[in-house]
Design a protein around this ligand. Structure first.
Ligand SMILES: [Zn+2]
Length: 497
C-alpha cells in the first residue's frame, strides 16, 4: 500500500499546481487586461509544467508500473486510477522530451498559421501545417506499442476510449440515410417561423438576471459554482467544489446566451456530481468528451428546447424582457429555438443539422488518415460534402474548413460531439420509463431529473469507458436508433410531416 500512498501524494501535489494554473487560465479568459495576458500566460504555463513534471517523473512512472502489477489487489477507485495512468504512460512512453517539445512546436506553429489563414480566408496558408499535424499523428502512432492497425482508431481512443471508426461508420451511415431525406421534407414544408423579435435589443443586466434564473432553475449550486463573461462560453472545473461557467452577452441576440448558459450548466451539473471518493482518487477528470457532451446537450436540447421547458420559463422571460418579447407567444419561441436551417458554421447550427457538421469533419479526417485525400484538396472535399448533405456551399475557407481551431492540435476529437447525442437520447428513453420527465420539466422539478441523472448517468462516469457506461445505464449497446427516433418525432411534429 506504500506505493498507492506515494502515488496519491504526488497526484495531490500535481493537482495543487493544476488548480492554481486553472484559476489563472480562468482569469485570463474573463478579467485579465490585454497587456497583462503575456505575463499571466507565462505564470500559467510555469504552474502547468510543474504539474506535468510531477506526473512524468521517473519515480512516478515506476510507481504506476509497480502498482499495475498488483492491480487485482486494489479496490475499485484505485484500480481505475492505476489503469488509466498506466494506459497513458504506455501510449506515450516512447515519446522523448525532445520529441514532445517538437510536437508542441508543431502545434503552436499550426495555431499561428491557422489564425492568419482564417483571417485571410486562405487555406493554402494553413495547408503546410495541417500536413505536419498529420505526420505528427502518424509518428505518435508508430511510437505507441499498443497501437491498433486502423490508424484513425488510435486517435479516437484518446478522446473516446474504445471507439472505432467501423462503429462510427455504422452510426453516421444510419444518420445520413434517415436525416438527408428528412431535411428535404422539412425544407419542402416551408413552415413560416417568426423571427423578428429575436434580434430586438436587450440590456446586459437583463441577460444577467435571466442567466441567474436559468442556472437556478436547472439546479446549479451557487455555493459551489460561479459565473462570468468571456468571449466564448466555456465551463471550467477549477477545483473541488469550484465550478465556473461563462457566457457571452449579445445585445441583439438573447437566445445565444440563453442556450450557451443551459449547455454550460449541463457540463457544470455533471462535474459537480463527481462523488467524493472519485475526488480522493483524482478520478474527477476522466469523463470522456462524449459523456460530457451528452449531458450538456441533454440540458440544452432535450430539456431546454422542449415545449414544456419554454412553457415553464415563459412568464419569467416576459418579466425580464418585457420589450423584447412583447406580443411573442410561447409557441413562437418554441418554433424559433427549434428552427431547422442548414448553415455553414457548426457553432451556429441547429439541433437537427448539427450532426452533419460532425459527420463531414469526421469523413474528411478519416480520408486524410487513410491517405485517400490530399491536404491540398480539403477545401474542395469540404464544399462537395456540404453541398450534398446540407445543400449549402461555403463562399470562402473561413466559412468552410478553417472555421474551427481543432485541427491545430490533431484529429479524432470531433466525433465526440455527435456521440453525445446518441448517448443522451438512449438514456432519455430509459429515464422516461422510470420518471415523468415531462411533468418534472413543466412543474419546475428539475431535482427529480438531476437525481435520476446522478444515480444513473453521473456517478460512475469517471470509472467506466463509455461503452460500459451506456450499457450500465440502458442495458443496451450504443445505437443511433433512439437519436433518430427522437429527431424524427420532434421535427415531424414541428414541421407537420
Ligand atoms: Zn460542451
Amino acid at each position: 500500500m506504500d506505493n498507492l500512498k506515494f502515488l496519491l501524494g504526488k497526484l495531490k501535489e500535481a493537482e495543487e499546481y493544476e488548480h492554481a494554473s486553472k484559476i489563472i487560465e480562468f482569469d485570463m479568459e474573463t478579467k485579465t487586461p490585454a497587456k497583462g495576458l503575456k505575463a499571466q500566460g507565462e505564470l500559467q504555463s510555469l504552474l502547468a509544467n510543474k504539474a506535468y513534471e510531477i506526473t512524468h517523473s521517473k519515480e512516478f512512472v515506476d510507481c504506476v508500473v509497480a502498482l499495475h502489477k498488483e492491480l487485482d489487489s486494489l479496490e475499485t477507485e484505485a484500480k481505475v486510477l492505476v489503469s488509466k495512468l498506466y494506459k497513458d504512460i504506455e501510449r506515450n512512453k516512447n515519446i522523448s522530451p525532445e520529441l514532445n517539445l517538437e510536437f508542441s512546436n508543431i502545434e503552436n506553429e499550426a495555431f499561428a498559421n491557422w489564425v492568419e489563414a482564417k483571417k485571410d480566408a486562405d487555406f493554402t496558408k494553413f495547408a503546410p501545417s495541417l500536413a505536419k499535424i498529420k505526420d505528427m499523428e502518424f509518428k505518435k502512432i508508430a511510437l505507441n506499442e499498443s497501437a491498433v492497425d486502423v490508424a484513425y482508431d488510435n486517435l479516437l481512443d484518446i478522446y473516446e476510449p474504445g471507439m472505432t471508426s467501423a462503429k462510427l461508420d455504422e452510426l453516421f451511415g444510419e444518420c445520413k440515410e434517415s436525416l438527408i431525406p428528412l431535411l428535404e421534407k422539412i425544407k419542402a414544408a416551408k413552415k413560416p417561423i417568426r423571427t423578428d423579435f429575436t434580434t430586438r435589443k436587450v440590456k446586459d443586466y437583463q441577460q444577467e438576471e435571466f442567466m441567474k434564473f436559468l442556472l437556478e432553475t436547472l439546479g446549479f449550486d451557487f455555493n459551489r459554482g460561479t459565473y462570468a463573461l468571456s468571449e466564448h462560453p466555456f465551463t471550467e472545473l477549477v477545483g473541488r467544489n469550484d465550478e465556473r461557467v461563462t457566457t457571452h452577452f449579445y445585445e441583439d441576440n438573447l437566445f445565444s446566451s440563453m442556450y450557451s448558459v443551459i449547455h454550460e450548466c449541463g457540463h457544470a451539473l455533471f462535474d459537480l456530481s463527481t462523488p467524493d471518493k472519485d475526488w480522493d482518487y483524482y478520478l474527477f477528470d476522466y469523463k470522456s468528451m462524449g459523456q460530457h457532451e451528452s449531458v450538456s446537450r441533454f440540458y440544452e436540447n432535450i430539456i431546454g428546447r422542449s415545449e414544456n421547458f419554454i412553457a415553464a420559463i415563459y412568464d419569467r422571460m416576459q418579466d425580464i424582457f418585457p420589450e423584447a418579447l412583447k406580443g411573442v407567444s410561447k409557441t413562437e419561441i418554441f418554433d424559433y429555438v427549434n428552427q431547422v436551417q442548414p448553415s455553414l458554421v457548426r457553432t451556429e447550427a441547429d439541433e437537427f443539422t448539427y450532426t452533419f457538421h460532425i459527420i463531414i469533419r469526421y469523413e474528411i479526417e478519416k480520408e486524410i488518415m487513410e491517405g485517400k485525400l490530399d491536404i491540398a484538396d480539403v477545401p474542395k472535399a469540404w464544399a462537395k460534402k456540404y453541398k450534398s448533405y446540407l445543400g449549402v456551399t461555403p463562399t470562402n475557407d473561413t466559412l468552410g474548413c478553417l472555421q474551427d481551431v481543432h485541427w491545430t492540435s490533431g484529429f479524432g476529437y470531433f466525433p465526440t460531439y455527435a456521440l453525445g447525442n446518441f448517448y443522451n437520447s438512449m438514456y432519455y428513453n430509459k429515464m422516461k420509463e422510470e420518471i415523468d420527465v415531462a411533468d418534472a420539466i413543466r412543474t419546475g422539478h428539475m431535482d427529480t431529473i438531476n437525481k435520476w441523472m446522478f444515480e444513473n448517468v453521473w456517478k460512475d462516469a469517471d470509472k467506466l469507458d463509455s461503452s460500459d457506461w451506456i450499457k450500465q445505464i440502458t442495458a443496451r449497446e450504443l445505437t443511433s436508433k433512439d437519436f433518430l427516433e427522437y429527431i424524427e418525432n420532434k421535427y415531424g411534429m414541428l414541421y407537420g410531416l
